[in-house]
Design a protein around this ligand. Structure first.
Ligand SMILES: [Zn+2]
Length: 414
């Protein structure tokens, strides 16, 4: 107890951070800070493409083409088919026009910092698979949204929010079963030295799992990571193979306890609720901004109203502007749930040093020691410094071990 009390959490945090060589720190800081600018470039590109499609009347011509093609068909399929004939060329145009930035951000830059493991062709093949998923999911979403826009031209923002929440929940539900296997292989971990300590933590927290999964993330990246995905019956936790290769058992236990925290604290449903509120507010604002823009520029762009697919780039322009402005808020909502998972993780794994070691390893692609304002605006996970400090504060508190409390309560209670 005497030695534990003299433990200085702030000094210990600095000592951990000081173990990272200056050149390594400089490189990961540069990588992460470059990401700040990419948020801006991605927004400007999305806005530029939307304005271009509207002002050049390409969007209106796409709508005209969809209407002409559907003129022959009768009955209830006509309007949904028009949406499909607009949506597919729209998504293809969007992918083509943003391809240069996609290549720079997700291929060239990742290689530049030594984080990518794929050559161009396998990478490009995966981009095409991703585009296929976007075409299918995006088109289904637009068919439903435009049915809502036609039937409820004044209250579409309310029903549209309901559609978006159901769509997001469905996407998260099917992702581990149908989408993630398109890119990676998931298999159970068979090594009992790793599997059993993880299953013990799951058992201690009423998590109904019989296996722990490993994902071959090294196909795409050198990043150390783990994730929880799925919703309701499809929820699963997976460790990536980089983490298994580079981390010790205490570190692995800490990471898995963090992922279990997401599960036990019901973060999937909570984030869906938060995002549902963001979408509702965003759609409510979009309703007024869309009408104002159509009144002013509708004739010039050939956009008739919310139910007209030609107005899709305008809706995307308004919503991507709101998302861009709300970046700090969205990051903070996610970062707060990540901090909750960290607290659950440290209490369950009881591995403060393992937590510090992993925080340093994640520092390969996330700035370790940002200013508080930087962390508020740009971080969707706590920074390395914040995580190490949490671990060292936990260590300094020197909670009694499970065995000693059991003995104490055995003596005092009855
Ligand atoms: Zn997490």
């Amino acid at each position: 107890m005497e030695t534990a009390k003299s433990f200085d959490a702030a000094a210990a945090t600095q000592a951990w951070l000081a173990t990272v060589p200056a050149d390594k720190r400089k490189k990961s800081d540069a990588y992460f800070e470059g990401g700040y600018w990419l948020i801006l470039w991605n927004f400007l590109l999305a806005a530029g493409i939307s304005i271009f499609l509207l002002a050049s009347r390409i969007s209106a011509r796409l709508r005209d083409f969809a209407e002409r093609t559907c003129r022959g068909c009768r009955g209830s399929c006509q309007l949904p088919l028009q949406v499909v004939l607009y949506a597919i060329p729209y998504f293809l145009l969007l992918a083509a026009l943003s391809f240069p930035l996609t290549v720079y951000e997700n291929f060239y830059r990742e290689h530049q910092y030594g984080l990518a493991t794929q050559s161009f062709l396998p990478w490009f093949r995966e981009q095409l698979i991703g585009l296929g998923v976007t075409l299918i999911a995006g088109t289904i979403l637009l068919i439903v949204l435009y049915a809502v826009f036609r039937r409820a031209p004044r209250t579409w923002w309310i029903w549209g929010t309901v559609v978006m929440i159901i769509f997001l929940a469905a996407l998260v539900f099917i992702a581990p079963v149908y989408i993630e296997p398109l890119f990676n292989t998931y298999k159970p971990i068979t090594n009992p030295a790793i599997r059993d300590p993880i299953l013990a933590m799951a058992q201690a927290n009423e998590i109904p799992v019989k296996q722990v999964l490993e994902v071959d993330a090294s196909r795409q990246t050198t990043r150390v990571s783990a994730n929880v995905s799925g919703f309701l019956g499809t929820t699963r936790i997976a460790l990536n193979d980089n983490l298994l290769k580079q981390c010790t058992l205490p570190e692995i236990r800490m990471v898995m306890a963090h992922e279990m925290g997401h599960y036990v604290l019901n973060h999937g449903a909570k984030l869906l609720t938060y995002f549902g509120i963001f979408i509702l507010v965003g759609f409510a604002l979009a309703r007024f901004l869309f009408e104002a823009a159509v009144t002013r520029w509708g004739n010039k762009w050939g956009v008739r109203g919310i139910a007209d697919p030609a107005g899709l780039p305008l809706l995307v322009l308004i919503l991507s502007t709101l998302v861009f402005v709300l970046t700090p808020l969205v990051n903070t909502v996610v970062r707060v749930t990540e901090r909750e998972a960290d607290a659950f993780g440290i209490n369950t794994s009881r591995e403060p040093d393992g937590m510090a070691e992993v925080a340093l390893k994640l520092g390969a692609y996330r700035k370790l020691d940002p200013t508080p304002l930087e962390e508020f605006i740009f971080f969707d996970h706590p920074s390395g410094r914040a995580r190490i400090r949490m671990a060292m504060d936990w260590k300094a508190a020197s909670l009694p071990a499970a065995e000693s409390t059991a003995i104490q309560s055995g003596r005092t209670v009855h």
